[in-house]
Design a protein. Sequence first.
Length: 348
Amino acid sequence: MVNGARKPIALDLFSGSGAVTLGLKQAGFSVVGAVDLNPGACKTYRANHPEVRLVEKDIRTTSPDDFSDVIPEKLDLLVICAPCQPFSSQNRHRSADDARNDLVSASVPFIERFNPSIIFLENVPGLQSSNVFGGFTQWLEAEAGYTVSKAMRIDAADLGVPQRRTRMVLIAVKGVPLDVAVDIVRQGKKTVWETISNLPEPPVGRPLDSRDQLHFARKHSPLNIQRLENIPRNGGSRHSLPPELQLACHRGKKKSSFPDTYGRMHWHEVSPTLTTGCTDITRGRFAHPEQNRAITLREAARLQTFPDNYVFNGNSAQIATQIGNAVPPTMMKVIAKSLINALKYSIT
């Protein structure tokens, strides 16, 4: 129950580098525990959330008892943001045999043990059509006693994130009003210009001095620089390239085939969805709106709404993966505010 005595408490499963935890804390939750398997992401998590009990293990071998001493009363919120790759439309190697397919169900022991007032699940829309999703929601309603919302598709851009990022959200409640929990307040859209235009032009290569360690340009080949020079500023695409600069695999292809590869972002729009390849012009529309380079890790972090003081650990590829895999903290903050409002009306 939420009252003046304490902050509502949350447990963050599949916590990654801590973006969800950050958004929850910004909204007013006290995150007391987290679980993740990736060592690099856990190192980043600990650097930013040292007060949280982080268990660095496979959730399938993690016991809820690991958190029994930090959840002395009823758990207010359980967050389930399982890896989305098995259900992502961008994964061309999806398989029914992927061991990650049933990770959502690994949260069941935590639900049974702590009986949270609210369960929040976030993933790619593809999860909704899986057998995993149907079985889990049926269990929540029929056996665990939760009232479950319809699966909601939410674009992060509608919640104040300067990025187009459509996600599937499910909210289940017990003892709190569902209509309040799902009453997520839309925000004004924020553009790429508002987010990264005030950053200085970055050096090429990671700086060795005290300058921003995430704000540096990748070293592009002379051929890719030439390609970028021929792509119009502010939203241009590879379709403007003369034939001699087109990749052999792109020649003769329809414009709808990988249209964002080598594309530039547009200053006055939101960015495209950031992926783990968000600083690679060959992986999507990740070229700077006007400079002949890919966006930097700092620019990617800002577009994901990480504050500049958020500490990332790892090499460039590892940090790009942590940024690309994250739930934008601002997105989580906006949603979490509606969850806190629902907890104020707790009848338990």
